[in-house]
Design a protein around this ligand. Sequence first.
Ligand SMILES: [Zn+2]
Length: 401
Amino acid sequence: MFVAINDKEKRYNLLHIRNKERLLSLRREEQFFCPVCKQEVQLKIGEHKQPHFAHKRAHTCLLEFERESPYHLKGKELLYQWLHKQGFDVKVERYFPSIAQRPDLFITADETQLAIEYQCSTISADVFMKRTCSYWKEGIRVLWILGGNQFKRQGAHWLRLSAFHTLCVQPGTYLLYFCPEASSFFQCSSLIPFSSAAAFSHMVPHPLRSSNLSSVLAPSHVTLSQLQREWNNKKKAWRRNGLYVMHPYYHPFLAYLYEKRIPLSCFPPESLIPLPSLLSIQTPALLWQSFILIEEIGKLRVGDFFSSHYMYTRLVRKGKVKIRSLPYLSSSMPKKALLEYLHFLCFTGYIEHVDTFKYRKKREPLIPQHEEEAYRMDEEMIGYALRLFGPHATLEHEKRI
Ligand SMILES: [Zn+2]
């Protein structure tokens, strides 16, 4: 940490003391204490880490959840300077006794109070929720910025999302990473999970020197042609290899394909479809969409009716979907994802929309005869799916700021 007090409660902020001689003399002359737990802390001045304070006895302070790495300290310092340069009144490690929280950085702009948590290691969902909700209770907005060391990029448009990362998805449906080594933010918007291992994302770097807080917080929009190309390529690769290395979790779906004598590479093209609200469902798209397509609507006769409520209940009650915890986004998002999928199936002509909640089955699901046909069908399907993304391709489901 960068802030400590002396025995007369005088506050020392190391981000304001740049001179090494001054630091060394302070260390000789003063005794420092943690402003939160009042235990003694040491002023550490090394070659590799920023000068910082550390508790003499580790794990005794309630607020020291993690030992601060050099990466975290460096990032916190750069973010502090960056906000300071923009004219914000920035407080580093300000303590809020009423909620027992000490955000890395805190600013007040107009009427908005913003706590910034710069998180370079994984914390449990319980700790995350407790911290986030206690800020909300005080009317403080909280921005989670992930350390660039957490950024699991897989090429230009794909990344790996962990359960902890998705908790941090901000209003506007994006994740913000900050890397002190690159001196840059990376904003990952339009997050659309393809499988449990990979999610599509529109990634935009925002170097510190050319960005400000509002530009970093404005969600950028996906280019539909990018999504189309990337999704198609991935689905093609998945048809060739993906199913053969599937986790046992996928077995009911595989069993269906075997039973119908459908080669794995010819799974129904109307499944594994990108949707604007897909992030809200943790279960891989291939699984829950195939369940709807084959097991639910598939078992109806052509001409039969069903309702979207019924379908949603089947999905949730039968435990076919696991809903993702996205505290910043609307809780109606999973329902929206299902409606988007039904909408897509109307575009393809599999079903038709009869009334507000009522649909009718029009034909049997498409099953390609061979791989080449599957690729052609996939290309056609993605064209229908893109219609769901609207003219501006916004993917916003804000609940809170
Ligand atoms: Zn302490």
